[in-house]
Each structure stands twice: as C-alpha cells, then as structure tokens.
Design a protein around this ligand. Sequence first.
Ligand code: MTE
Length: 321
Amino acid sequence: MLIKRKRGWELRESEATPEAMFHDRRRILQAMGLGALTAAASPARVALAAAPADPSAGLYPARRNERYTLDRPVTDEKLATTYNNFYEYGSQKTIAEDAQELPIRPWTIAIDGMVEKPMTLGIDDLLKRATLEERLYRHRCVEAWSMAVPWSGFALKALVDMAQPLASAKYLRMETFENPKVAPGQKQFWYPWPYVEGLTMAEATNELAFLVTGMYGKPVPRQDGAPLRLALPWKYGFKSIKSIVKFSFTDKRPVSFWEKLQSSEYGFWANVNPDVPHPRWSQATERVLGVDGRRPTLLYNGYGDYVASLYQGLAGEHLFM
Ligand code: MTE
C-alpha cells in the first residue's frame, strides 16, 4: 500500500473498547440532539427530506417468523439506523444522512454465471415473487459491537432456487452498486470497489441466510443497505453485503472487498468465534449498542445449531477470520 495514512479499517485496539463506545454514543446523541440546529446548513439533510417514498412501503410490516428468537432486547431503531458501516459513504459511522443520495428506484438485479436461468429483474418484480417475513437476528460486527434487529425479507435460498444453479456452481458471489456520483466513498481509489462478498452454495442455501428488504416493519433504509442486502447472523457483519445489484454463481471462490484489502485480518469465512481474536483486538466480548457494559460473544454468534455442520471437514481453513 503506497499511501501512508490511517485507513478506516485500521481500527486500533483502543477503538474496539467500551471507552470508544462511550465516545461513539455521545457522538450519536449529539448528532440526534443537535440535528435540528444544523438542518438548514447540511445538503445531505435536504436530500433526506427530498428522498422519494419507497414504493414497497405497503408490504410492511411482514409477518414475524417466531422460529428465530433473541436472548436480548431489540436495539433501538434510531440507534440501529444511525450507527452504520457503509464505506461507499465514508469510514465514519454517521453516514445515514449522506446515504440518502442513493437512488433506489429503478434498481436492477442481475443473476448470472453458472445457472439455468440467468436473468435481470427490478427490485419490485423480485419483491412480487417473494413471500416476506420478519426475523429477529443478532448482528455482530468484526469491530466488536453488536445489535439485535428485526429484519424483513426472504431466504436467500429462494433466490438460489429461482436461478437454478448448475451442479458445477460452488460459490455465490454478490456485488454492490458502483456509482461514485452518488457514493463519494467510491472516489477513494485505494478501495477495491465495488464491494463484493461470497458464500459457498451450502452457506447460501442455509436457512439462516436472509435477503433483507425491510427493517423495523418498514422498507430497509438506504444507510442499512436498501433496497436489498444480506443478513448472515452467524458471521461477522462485513459478510452482510448491502445494496446488492448482482448475484453470480461460480466455481471460483470469490475474493471479497475486505479480503482484497487485508487478507490477514478479514478472510472468506469470517464466522463469529470469541476464542479467535482479530489480529489487533479480542473477540471475546462485544458492546451491544444502547446497553452499558459488554457481554460475552457466542460461538457462531449463538447460531451453532443451524450452521456448525457446514464447517465439518474444513479444519485446514481459517474459519473464524
Ligand atoms: N456493504 C457494503 N456495500 N459496504 C459496506 O461498507 N459494511 C459491512 C456490511 N455490509 C458494508 C456492507 C459491515 S463492516 C457491517 S458491520 C455491516 O454492513 C453493517 O450493517 P449496518 O450498518 O446495517 O449495521
């Protein structure tokens, strides 16, 4: 890497501690409390006010699937929608306002590669084919913060079934939009845009892998990955790619955005494990947004019953980073 400056992903150990959370919370509260005072001056706030209503709003709230339960309260909606990672809008957590620049209609999704049925379709056509449900999931970022979210959407497996992958397809590669005109973070040339993520076919068709179109009983907001993102609750949050425009079925293991940047810290598997530290900080505990103190992190983020069998026979792989 030629440019010597601290990157967003080069989080220091001290920034993954409760003290950092204290400062982050203060920043969030300040942002909320002082928002009105700065509203007139901020172009992004003007955009928020002007963002057109989401045409899918009538689909929510979706019926809750009671199979997926939480061991903790749902995170306050305001917190979950104002504390984000979305590098297309910068490396700071407070990108919610700026992300309102993202146009989410029309929004075309391509399904290609090793499939019987390659297709492109608009998000509203996809929504018409799907049966939406709500699931309560834990969400654990590799930076050691977490939340609990009521996502709405449908199983990724439904999209896989629609595409009819060939037997030769081993992986699903997913890609985010690329448009630096509406996402200034994408002008930062040292990042390998567009954001890419990947899963094995067994992971993609696991019942937990969930394509998210809504959140808190409403369409998912832009800052959280509108109009279509992934939720993989047993993996670190960076695997849950936002604002997806392409699904490609392939026999080559995809190299993700973070893996390309720093493969020694962010791998392909990224399954949550409290006993495997990140090279620069512990993963033993997490700070739950909106809650004082830390709580122990759970193996596979508590979803081992659903997913542990996916990783049998893969002992040689770095499954937890
Ligand atoms: N997807 C895209 N396209 N760009 C991103 O920067 N950040 C990831 C993931 N998906 C990211 C992304 C990371 S690091 C996390 S923790 C989650 O999104 C954050 O999701 P949230 O902001 O809805 O909590």
